[in-house]
Design a protein around this ligand. Structure first.
Ligand code: ADP
Ligand code: ZN
Length: 296
């Protein structure tokens, strides 16, 4: 039997993860390509897929953003306003279509990761889930009935406002657009800007982690009140710190203050706020799921 093959791409500010297969148990080959300048990076991505083009039904790309995912827009498939040097106004979809010549489906990186988790991971079997990454940036993907939620543009859940007590945390914020939005306070680069060393070098007993968990908890409580997802999956580099999960769960419960009545919030919050089941493959598998949904 010849299996149908799909390509998945997770396009990030640090690396482009690429894979070919048809799900987590069926990855034929995969690669990590450093994100340098757009031309060079996309040339390497095309080079990875080229030997397999005749076998591919299609490719799915989950990209960092802001990324235009509106098929009716003249800049569909472009990275638009990113502060990442060289990448603003990059027509990623156009370059990949030209280089690969196979159908390509696109969405935001977090929407793809959320889709991957809902197909094969932590949110499998649930109708309504939220995937949040806390890494170089902060972003969220909401999956409802197997489809990422879109509106006028892609949601940008990392840029919401959360309380910022400037006496306790005098840091003015790292977001070039809004300074002390959630991402500006709690992303990896925001932590690095505060302490002059990367978040992973802070050490597990650093007092800042309670503050970080508080910021994440404030954001989650807003998402819970507005969207009421059935599960919240927290990925990204900063959440590699496993001890953060319990801190976040406790602070979410404190902030909810037993207002919402559900076992998952009151008693089993360890099953409500969880790490990605697919680990660091959530994004690339989500890309594959996008392709399978569009061209499978
Ligand atoms: P990206 O967001 O670029 O796809 P990541 O999700 O890996 O990549 O996030 C990278 C950010 O996460 C960096 O700011 C880094 O300092 C931070 N980070 C990576 N590992 C850890 C860790 N173990 N603890 C805390 N922060 C981390
Ligand atoms: Zn912002």
């Amino acid at each position: 039997m010849t299996e149908k093959l799909f390509g998945g791409i997770e396009g990030g500010g640090t690396k482009f993860n690429c894979a070919i297969g048809s799900g987590p148990g069926h990855i034929m080959t995969e690669a990590r390509i450093e994100t340098t300048m757009p031309d060079e990076t996309l040339r390497h991505v095309v080079g990875f897929f080229t030997p397999y083009l005749s076998q591919l039904q299609g490719v799915g790309l989950g990209s960092f953003g802001p990324f235009d995912v509106d098929p009716a827009s003249p800049t569909y498939g472009y990275i638009t306003t990113t502060p990442k040097p060289g990448w603003a106004n990059t027509n990623i979809l156009g370059s990949l279509c030209e280089g690969l010549g196979v159908p390509i489906s696109v969405d935001m990186d977090v929407a793809a990761a959320g889709l991957g988790e809902s197909r094969w991971g932590a949110s499998r079997g649930l109708r309504h889930s939220l995937y949040l990454t806390i890494g170089t940036g902060i972003g969220g993907g909401t999956i409802i009935d197997g489809k990422p939620l879109h509106g006028l543009v892609s949601p940008e859940m990392g840029h919401i406002r959360i309380p910022h007590d400037r006496e306790a945390d005098p840091f003015s914020g790292a977001c070039p657009y809004h300074r002390d939005c959630f991402e500006g306070l709690a992303s990896g680069p925001a932590i690095q800007a505060r302490f002059g060393r990367p978040a992973e070098a802070l050490g597990g007993d650093h007092p800042f982690w309670d503050m970080e968990a508080g910021y994440v908890a404030h954001a989650l409580v807003n998402y819970i009140f507005i969207l009421a997802p059935e599960i919240i999956i927290l990925g990204g580099g900063v959440m590699q710190n496993e001890f953060l999960f319990n801190k976040v769960r406790k602070q979410v419960q404190v902030l909810l203050n037993s207002y919402l009545i559900h076992d998952l919030l009151l008693k089993n919050i360890d099953r409500y706020i969880v790490p990605p089941f697919l680990g660091n493959r959530a994004g690339v598998l989500g890309g594959m799921a996008l392709a399978m949904d569009a061209f499978g």
